[in-house]
Design a binder for this molecule. Structure first.
Ligand SMILES: NC(=O)c1ccc[n+]([C@@H]2O[C@H](COP(=O)([O-])OP(=O)(O)OC[C@H]3O[C@@H](n4cnc5c(N)ncnc54)[C@H](O)[C@@H]3O)[C@@H](O)[C@H]2O)c1
Length: 401
């Protein structure tokens, strides 16, 4: 029986706690929770009906519980510190994405892995487990379109999901380093996975166009729950109080705050080590949610869609909505495109969670899991986008310049 602890009792790790409790309890025992916010931790334990010790001190928890595995799902900027501390204590690590928030933290994590090569450590890049990505991967690896030349990747966050990032800590650079890391690390990992490569050069542009000080009305406040405009503001948001039993942090920050300092719109040109050229974009203020991925090869083209048209305020992360998915194969010389079958998954994130959990909590864990280096590569690309936008120049991804 593996002893598992959770660090960061937020929305994301609820799914892990549920899986451990309901599906993997014969092999894994969820032994404790840790968070700097006792209220969040209490809400989490109550929601999940967990009767386990709650800690605010990581070292103390590790001493008293002696866990085999720590699952890290804190605010992004703190992942690196817990990864390093766990590895140096010889405790296995599952870290949520983004693995960390910048290049310096990547190097620190690489060093910690070098010091502790025998310790299990992976990045929970679940997005590559989505049915569309898995199907594309099979088609590409089978050479269906020949050698890949170029890729287009467009991410749309609808105005329910998109706004959710601007109501929370994600919208402050010091915690997330921007959606280029927090959100796009999913996509950069998926590109690397599909192309069997890594990014070497990035040229990007972007800005804060829709949220923050760009308010279309003057109902700016600090938090919705005590805002003087709460009865009139069209963007009033009521959060789930049972989960946020906290005085420290509530996820209803004003989306029109002038303190928001990340981009909501950006695009990039990315060169990969194997010569593939990609264009990438993210828009956090779109009408609908989803991804468009087009891949041009030497003998054909794949066009994939993973879209969700119906926003639901009670399901800001589109966890339960069923996406409209399709992959078309255009073979050179063929009159019509062929519709490629996609094997649909069940459950959150289009079935991706169930699939990655089955690998994470297999005994032993599956060797195909996204590695720490995979997590590092996604962060290096995101960090390069941020630097390229800020410095208005092409940035090398694998080196300092
Ligand atoms: N893979 C996915 O599909 C997916 C989806 C959502 C979020 N995530 C990731 O999961 C992580 C958590 O996101 P969330 O939406 O649950 O956020 P959240 O705000 O709900 O939870 C974060 C938790 O971390 C705690 N925390 C903050 N600083 C800490 C520290 N120094 N030490 C310990 N705990 C600390 C907070 O109190 C909070 O309880 C993020 O890294 C995010 O990128 C991944």
């Amino acid at each position: 029986m593996k002893k598992v602890v959770i660090v960061g009792c937020g929305l994301r790790l609820l799914a892990f706690a549920k899986a451990l409790k309901n599906t993997y309890s014969r092999t894994h025992h969820l032994a404790a929770l840790m968070d700097i916010d006792p209220g969040k931790m209490r809400g989490f334990a109550r929601w999940m009906e967990l009767d386990v010790p709650l800690y605010t001190d990581f070292d103390r928890m590790c001493e008293e519980i002696a866990p085999d595995l720590v699952i890290i799902g804190t605010v992004d900027v703190f992942h690196a510190e817990y990864i390093r501390r766990a590895l140096d204590k010889k405790i296995g690590v599952i870290s949520e994405k983004p693995l960390c928030v910048n290049r310096e933290q990547c190097l620190e994590i690489r060093e910690a892995c070098r010091r502790n090569p025998e310790v299990f450590a992976v990045t929970s890049h679940n997005s590559r487990y989505r049915p569309v990505a898995q199907t594309l991967k099979k088609l590409l690896d089978a050479g269906t379109v020949g050698k890949v030349l170029s890729l287009e990747y467009h991410e749309m966050l609808d105005r329910v999901h998109g706004k959710s990032y601007f109501r929370r800590w994600n919208s402050r650079r010091k915690y997330s380093n921007g959606l280029e890391l927090h959100k796009s690390s999913h996509h950069f990992d998926k590109m690397n996975f599909l192309l069997n490569s890594r990014a070497v050069e990035v040229s990007a542009a972007g800005g804060l166009l829709a949220y923050g000080a760009k308010a279309p009305h003057k109902y700016e406040g600090i938090h919705c729950h005590n805002c003087p405009h709460k009865d009139v503001c069209p963007d009033f948001f009521a959060y789930e109080k049972k989960l946020f039993d906290s005085d420290m942090y509530t996820p209803d920050m004003c989306i029109w705050s002038p303190e928001i300092d990340i981009e909501d719109t950006f695009s990039a040109s990315i060169l990969f080590e194997n010569g593939v050229r990609a264009s990438y974009s993210l828009c956090a203020y779109a009408d609908y949610e989803g991804e468009i991925i087009n891949i041009q090869g030497t003998t054909g083209r794949l066009e994939a869609r993973q879209l969700t048209y119906k926003s639901n305020v009670d399901d800001v992360h589109n966890m339960t909505s069923v996406p409209v998915e399709s992959i078309k194969l255009f073979r050179f010389g063929a009159k019509e495109p062929e519709e490629m079958p996609i094997v649909r998954g069940e459950g959150a994130h289009g079935g991706a969670d169930a699939k990655i959990f089955s690998e994470l909590f297999a005994v032993p864990p599956a060797p195909s899991l996204p590695s720490i280096e995979d997590g590092i590569q996604a962060v290096l690309t995101g960090d390069a986008l941020v630097r390229s936008i800020r410095e208005k120049r092409t940035v090398r991804v694998q080196t300092e310049d």
